[in-house]
Design a protein around this ligand. Structure first.
Ligand SMILES: Cc1ncc(COP(=O)(O)O)c(C=O)c1O
Length: 324
């Protein structure tokens, strides 16, 4: 059980999400492979972001916000789920997005800035402002400008960091990790996709002291992200009063499977997506969970992971419909 806390929260998702064994993939990889189905959180086509949104929307409503502003890649799953949550609570929603934001150098290829999540955002009536590609820092700065303009026009704005990665978002994943342990705590490893960090931070936090490591497969080529994970964990310390004091070294952020860059599916990612679909009838996504599952396959084949393993499926399959 998670430490109970007193944060405003709304109810959006169906939890606990299912946990089940992958028989045919287990045979294929020679490990005892299980899957935590956070692709099935239910709200607005599911995925990991619904858990974070229960707390973020709770806080936005508690503050009386009438406008929410966030940012992301054009095919962001978070933007889609947040757009849906704003529809549900009657809040104006603006997302500032770039097709392929990057850290230093532009990358080629990637998903289309149409179809997939963008189509769903349109159906949800979201105000999506698509900028030309640029750095993440430029995207963040432009988003703050939009939020400021709304404030100047009299709106009560609640700004949400990319991917919902605030301490509340990380706390939601601390709860999710405890949910897994309540279902089954006999794993040797939990593994899944990691990007803006609150998923990995919360799960690492929940598993701390259990002897079960969380192995994050990076979807962004940014090794310094672990510094942000430690900052998020400090935020969870404040919420829970647990003071785990997790350092950047507490986070395994494996950069080997990022491929060409953020938002650009690698060949290994696409093969992994096909393999899981053809062995188990389960869809991954081309930006996050496909890369994570690619990592899992390679590591199992190399003998780097053994025993009873849980793959944390973070969702994202609507982005499959934006493949160019
Ligand atoms: C499908 C999917 N998986 C994984 C992630 C990574 O989660 P986080 O941003 O919490 O690291 C995201 C978010 O961007 C996502 O949409």
């Amino acid at each position: 059980m998670a430490v109970p806390i007193d944060l405003p929260k709304v109810s959006l998702i169906l939890a606990p999400t299912p946990l089940h064994r992958l028989d045919r993939m287990s045979d294929r990889l020679g490990i005892d492979l299980w899957i935590k189905r956070d692709d099935l959180t239910g709200f607005a086509m599911g995925g990991n972001k619904g858990r974070k949104l229960e707390y973020l929307m709770g806080e936005a409503l508690a503050q009386g916000a009438n406008t929410i502003v966030t940012c992301g890649g054009a095919q962001s799953n978070f933007v889609r789920q947040l757009a849906a949550a704003c529809s549900r609570f009657g809040i104006r929603f603006i997302a500032v997005v770039m097709p392929l934001p990057y850290e230093f150098e532009p990358v080629e290829g990637g998903l289309k800035a149409s179809g997939g999540n963008i189509l769903l955002d349109e159906i949800l009536g979201a105000d999506i402002r698509i900028l030309p590609n640029g750095t993440w820092d430029h995207l963040f700065a432009e988003t703050s400008k939009v939020a400021e303009e709304c404030r100047s026009a009299g709106a009560n704005v609640y700004e949400i960091p990319i991917g919902g990665s605030s301490p509340q978002g990380a706390y939601a994943f601390y709860e999710a990790g405890k949910e897994l342990l309540d279902q089954d705590s006999r794993f040797d490893l939990v593994i899944g996709a990691s990007s803006s960090g609150s998923t990995q931070t919360g799960l690492t936090y929940a598993l701390h002291g259990t002897g079960i490591p969380f192995h994050g497969i990076a979807c962004d080529p940014e090794p310094e992200m672990v510094l942000e994970f430690a900052t998020l964990a400090a935020g969870v310390d404040e919420i829970t009063g647990m003071n785990l004091n997790l350092k950047p070294e507490a986070f395994t952020f494996d950069l080997r499977f990022v491929g060409p860059g953020y938002g650009v599916p690698s060949e290994g990612c696409m093969d992994a997506i096909r393999l899981l679909a053809q062995k188990e009838g389960i869809f991954l996504d081309p930006v996050y969970s496909g890369k994570a599952f690619h990592g899992l396959i390679e590591m199992a084949q190399a003998g780097e992971i053994k025993g009873r393993v849980c793959f944390w499926h973070t969702g994202g399959s609507p982005a499959l419909f934006a493949m160019s």
